[in-house]
Design a binder for this molecule. Structure first.
Ligand SMILES: Nc1nc2c(ncn2[C@@H]2O[C@H](COP(=O)(O)OP(=O)(O)OP(=O)(O)O)[C@@H](O)[C@H]2O)c(=O)[nH]1
Ligand SMILES: [Mg+2]
Length: 379
């Protein structure tokens, strides 16, 4: 017999909990609330995070929703589902006050439900785009705080607020520039094959042709003849000086060999995030070059776990900017939100294809937010 009342499901992840809901109550089950719980581990060793989902079978009358469900909904939003009975209303009011009181003391904050019911579809869309769960919860909370209650049911208002919430959390910095007559040194670092050399060529062409700067290229990729040839080809097409530094102590000479440039772009060999020795070796080159900016190049087409590892392992290179490449190849950009938050450094460029010099744009937080949310397409 199908269940006839609301039920709660606890699991390590939201996905797991929702799977159980679907299995028990079917695909049209109504999600009444979700909340995060922390449980002491066995023998008190640390804490474990649990997600609790409260769900009802489709078509369950509103007045049968249990008090626990309604407490959850009211606790975060102050907007409980309209109860059908006055008695229930009173009880809800009392519980709401109690929970709010506790949360003011800070001790029950983690028990509060995170996803107000009208925002459940928006929350599901974030998860669908693979935005990490904890960020998705934070975003819907922000949206709930900024959108008027009667607007929460208007998808356009929610979409607009969501874009603003995402954009507000995206750090961006202006594109690479230079001042005529003083040399600015900028290095690009990152894993193999993410588009460093192609991006150097795009930036160089735009700086020379668009900004009228004198630009020079330095490569420290001496492992592969093909790598030097690749950069040399771009240098010839764009008509730029190119110098090779095959050891850290050659770096100052290589920079000087470029002549009086306004902008020196250093292209580096791709490093595996697992290869600590090579990363340290590259740090040696950069220590001598003393670049004004070090951009970590991340491919949006990589998975979240590997991008996080890249951010952590490239830390010794002291990068202070991010470039996101291959946006055109990524299935979804949601995982980038977690990576950008972890890196905590501003984004300068987005690259959107193989074409040099056109497939690059300065990072714009509204545009990137819209792309991440699927509200805008690359054109
Ligand atoms: N689809 C797409 N391809 C890109 C983009 N940027 C670069 N590529 C391609 O990615 C491949 C590798 O680009 P490279 O610039 O050689 O990458 P790299 O980081 O310099 O590689 P290593 O020097 O070997 O570490 C090339 O085929 C580029 O055309 C982009 O934004 N989108
Ligand atoms: Mg390269």
């Amino acid at each position: 017999m199908p269940p006839t009342s609301t039920r709660t499901y606890r699991a390590g992840t939201l996905k797991e909990a929702l799977c159980r809901v679907r299995r028990d109550l079917g695909g049209s089950a109504v999600i009444l609330g979700t909340r995060e719980l922390r449980r002491r581990r066995w023998l008190g060793l640390g804490e474990r995070e649990l997600i609790e989902v409260t769900a009802a079978p489709p078509g369950l009358p509103a007045d049968r929703s249990g008090i626990a469900v309604s407490v959850s909904a009211s606790a975060t939003t102050g907007r409980a589902p309209v109860p059908a009975r006055a008695g229930l209303d009173d009880r809800l009011g009392r519980v709401r006050e109690a929970v709010e009181g506790l949360s003011r003391l800070g001790s029950f904050e983690h028990l509060l439900i995170d996803v107000p019911t009208p925002l459940t579809p928006a929350y599901a869309r974030l998860l669908d785009r693979e935005v990490p769960e904890h960020l998705a919860r934070r975003l819907v909370r922000l949206v709930a705080d900024t959108v008027e209650p009667d607007e929460l049911h208007r998808p356009e208002a929610v979409a607009e607020a969501m874009r603003r919430a995402v954009a507000a959390g995206l750090p961006v910095a202006p594109p690479i520039s230079g001042v005529v007559g003083s040399r600015r040194v900028v290095a690009l670092v990152g894993p193999t094959g993410v588009g460093k050399t192609t991006t150097v060529a795009k930036i160089a062409a735009n700086a020379k042709l668009g900004l009228g700067l004198k630009v020079g290229l330095v490569t420290v990729d001496t492992y592969r003849i093909a790598a030097i040839e690749q950069l040399r080809t771009y240098a010839e097409i764009i008509d730029l000086p190119l110098a090779v530094a095959d050891a850290p102590d050659r770096m100052p000479g290589a920079l000087d060999d470029l002549g009086g440039v306004d902008l020196a772009l250093i292209d580096t060999a791709g490093r595996s995030p697992r290869d600590e020795v090579k990363i340290r070796e590259l740090a040696g080159f950069l220590a001598v070059a003393r670049p004004d900016e070090v951009h970590l190049v991340l491919s949006a087409a990589s998975g979240e776990a590997s991008l996080r590892a890249v951010v952590d392992r490239f830390e010794p290179l002291g990068f202070n900017r991010l470039i996101l490449t291959k946006l055109d190849e990524a299935d979804t950009l949601g995982p980038l939100l977690g990576v950008i938050a972890r890196a905590g450094r501003p984004i300068t460029y987005l690259t959107t294809g193989q074409g040099v010099p056109d497939d690059i744009e300065p990072a714009d937080r509204d545009r990137l937010a819209a792309l991440i949310l699927g509200q805008e397409a690359l054109s």
